[in-house]
Design a protein around this ligand. Structure first.
Ligand code: ADQ
Length: 735
């Protein structure tokens, strides 16, 4: 990788935290495997790491600034300063009180606080600004985790061609849980600013895709999604550990060997179970202690023969939920030890603190069983660390099926941590397992964990990001430019004659759950009246709707052209009556097609059949998004077979499947109206779905064709939403 392609890592914390000790600012290493995973790439590319250095406590500001400069020069660490008030509400508030429980699937623990959302936005802006102030062409930006979900889009807005990757370390929940969040759309859009998005497991990725569909109505492929004409690559990429480091601790470190010998000695004649967690409610610590109590109750033979060492490092202690958890765990430990302990034996050894890696390695390697029981976990590195430290290969890993690691570590004994009885049985089985089975299981785990370590993980992510942003990928998916109002107004005013062809739903107004709710607002009516009254200008609405709807809303604007049912019927500007584009039609096909549509409507509650004058439509906007899309594809296939060779066409529009005459399309009307306009005229056509593509392709290349929203298009330009279309048209009306 050339030095031109630097890696810019963006994470909430920098690898160093600024602390003021005896009046002087110093850097302290923050813990975390991410630093080691990034190290080779950071070094090769002379990369930068952008993150928060800790609160800027009052006092010695020059000393702090000097320290930050040193960090940047020596390590490439760039401090992203966040005002103390914002940082608390951002980190302890939105990130840890709202997103953390939500993304782990604990909706009842989610705190909804609009103020903390504002802080989250503000903090994400700080990170994005820091990236934008440093990024150079070709750099690869890699943002991490739930604290920074808005950063990809914010960076994209400031640097359209930036190469942005994002990795979510924690789970992505079911869409039913995710969509309770008021800011669900902004967060999804924030992530979609990236070129490559990766999750820990396929399950999380699947949940994310379902949320895209349910919340944004965005369909995606297994490995990609199209947004604003860009492709976002999607993948599942489970994070690994620093296997090398753990191996050398086990094989070469004398202190670790000594500690292990001491542990073996102390627990001689007993089985040792190890559990290591951050003190977090997602880790299932109370559940584990209750299960252990049950085991001791129901299996008296194990009393005095097994010890559970629970190491728990305090975490997020300013968040109330964590304070409660801390007391609950202490009480439970006291209860179990009080109920079952003897002068010779303490059932639970509880270490509520951080222990260093040597101590951890000794514990892992001395333990007969690791009991990893999170209620939900993105990956869980402890499971992998235990495996890496089992150099003799005789320990047993007991792993929650709700940890991401369970997807990879199939040879572990699986538990449902909520099931006390079932889990207690599995623990007994682990304690009693014979050596050959233990060895066989552990050998397979060992190989997998060592092969997919943290460095391999980081390399894979970067390869994916490079591929997603390679020049060929970019050329293939290069999008339409966004239309600028100034350019359109200039061309509009210069032209002698002007033609404006406007789709209605999804173009002039937002799509509504029920078609009848999409009536025009008074403001939109005024806009259309103003446009229709412009001199030397023809304005027409071309809609798939019925004559009744469109005439009911716009019939009294005399100079507005109206075409309905995709152009089967038309009222020319200034004309009184309606005319058919082609006459003498046989409508008997409706009798055959209608029962089929009714059948689909009956199998999908919320969907219905609309009987138009010259067409039939099945609307499924209210149907569960995934089911609706699947059913619509079924219907289209069935109808296409049935109608092959007839003059009818099946059209899959925006949440609607429609059968109508092939000639009755928006292109026919447009060609009809545009025929009277000379080459130098200004012709503008705007629409949001597949039926509008007919409109675009019927017009000369010089026409101002505009697609609203996402999706492949032949239009020359793209606008984001109906709001933008109305803004543009207002500018034309006033030009
Ligand atoms: P965490 O929720 O922090 O990480 P985990 O993956 O288990 O969870 O990592 C914990 C790390 O802290 C391990 O390396 C462990 O050794 C260490 N640790 C825990 N308790 C300790 C103690 N008492 N003393 C010293 N060290 C201790 C988040 C997600 C996870 C995901 C990781 C990485 O929640 O699901 O696996 O990021 O992506």
């Amino acid at each position: 990788m050339s030095t031109k392609q630097r890696l810019l890592v963006v994470s909430n914390r920098l690898p160093l935290t600024a602390k003021r000790v005896s009046g002087r600012w110093r850097g302290e290493r923050s813990s975390g495997g991410l630093v080691a995973a990034m190290a080779p790439l950071m070094e090769q590319t002379h990369g930068l790491w952008l993150g928060w250095p800790g609160d800027a406590l009052p006092g010695e500001p020059e000393g702090r600034a000097r320290l930050m400069r040193e960090w940047e020069e020596q390590h490439g660490y760039v401090a992203v300063e966040i005002p103390a008030k914002v940082s608390r509400s951002f980190y302890e508030g939105y990130a840890n009180d709202t997103l953390w429980p939500l993304l782990h699937g604990f909706p009842t623990r989610v705190v909804f606080a609009p103020e903390s959302w504002a802080a989250y936005r503000a903090a994400n802006e700080r990170f994005a600004e820091a990236v934008l102030s440093r990024v150079r062409k070709g750099d690869l930006i890699w943002a991490h985790d739930y604290q920074l979900m808005l950063v990809p889009q914010m960076v994209r807005e400031g640097a359209a061609d930036a190469r942005i990757g994002f990795f979510l370390h924690i789970p992505f929940p079911s869409s039913e849980v995710f969509r309770i969040l008021p800011e669900r759309e902004q967060l999804l859009r924030g992530l979609l600013g990236a070129d490559a998005l990766a999750f820990q497991t396929h399950g999380h990725l699947h949940n994310f895709r379902r949320s895209l569909l349910q919340v944004l109505g965005l369909e995606s492929h297994m490995d990609s999604v199209q947004v604003d004409g860009r492709t976002v690559q999607l993948s599942a990429l489970p994070i690994g550990i620093q296997s090398d480091e753990w191996r050398s601790l086990i094989e070469d470190d004398r202190k670790v060997a000594r500690r292990r010998a001491e542990l073996n000695e102390r627990h001689h004649g007993r089985k040792l179970i190890i559990s290591v967690d951050r003190l977090d409610y997602t880790k299932g610590i109370p559940e584990r202690l209750r299960t252990f109590r049950r085991l001791l109750r129901s299996s008296p033979a194990w009393r005095g023969k097994v010890t559970l060492v629970q190491v728990a490092v305090p975490s997020r202690e300013r968040v109330p939920a964590y304070v409660d958890l801390r007391s609950e765990v202490s009480e439970l430990v006291g209860e179990v030890n009080g109920d079952f302990g003897t002068p010779e034996w303490q059932p639970v050894v509880y270490l509520r603190r951080s222990v260093n890696k040597q101590e951890l390695a000794a514990l892992y390697s001395a333990a007969d069983v690791a009991w990893v029981g999170p209620l939900r976990d993105g990956m869980n590195l402890v499971a992998k660390e235990y495996v890496a430290c089992q150099h003799e290969g005789d320990g047993v890993l007991v792993l929650s099926e709700f940890a991401g690691a369970a997807q990879e570590l199939g040879e572990a004994l699986r538990i449902n941590p909520y099931d006390e009885v079932g889990t207690a049985d599995v623990i007994v089985r682990a304690l009693e397992m014979d050596l050959p089975e233990r060895a066989e299981r552990m050998a397979a785990l060992h190989e997998r964990v060592n092969k997919n370590d943290a460095v391999v993980w980081a390399q894979r992510f970067i390869e994916g990001l490079r591929a997603a942003t390679s020049s060929t990928a970019q050329v293939m998916h290069k999008d339409r430019p966004t239309l600028t109002t100034e350019a359109a107004v200039a061309a509009f005013t210069k032209a002698e004659r002007r033609l404006l062809l406007l789709d209605y739903d999804g173009t002039l107004t937002d799509i509504k759950p029920r078609p009848q709710d999409a009536a025009p607002t008074p403001r939109l009516m005024t806009l259309l009246r103003d446009l229709a009254a412009l001199p030397d200008t023809t304005t027409a609405i071309i809609s798939g709707r019925s004559r009744a709807d469109i005439e009911g809303w716009f019939g009294d604007i005399p100079d507005l052209g109206l075409a309905v049912e995709h152009g089967a019927l038309m009222r020319k500007p200034g004309a009184d009556g309606w005319e058919m584009l082609r006459g003498g039609m046989d409508l008997s096909w409706k009798e055959q097609v209608r029962p089929m549509l009714e059948q689909f409507a009956a199998s999908a509650p919320g969907s219905f059949v609309e009987n138009k004058e010259h067409a039939l439509a099945w609307h499924y906007r209210l149907v569960d998004a995934e089911f609706g899309a699947w059913l619509a594809n079924e219907l289209v296939n069935t109808l296409e077979n049935l109608l092959a060779g007839t003059e009818l066409a099946v059209i899959h529009g925006n949440k609607v499947v429609e059968v109508r005459y092939a000639w009755a399309n928006k292109g026919e009307v447009a060609a009809h109206l545009a025929a009277r306009f000379r080459r130098k005229s200004f012709v503008l056509a705007v629409g949001d779905d597949r039926t509008d593509e007919d409109l675009f392709s019927s017009l000369p290349r010089s026409a101002w064709t505009i697609r609203v929203g996402v999706g492949a298009t032949t239009a020359r330009f793209r606008l984001h939403a109906p709001r933008d279309v109305r803004r543009l048209l207002r500018a034309l009306a006033e030009a």
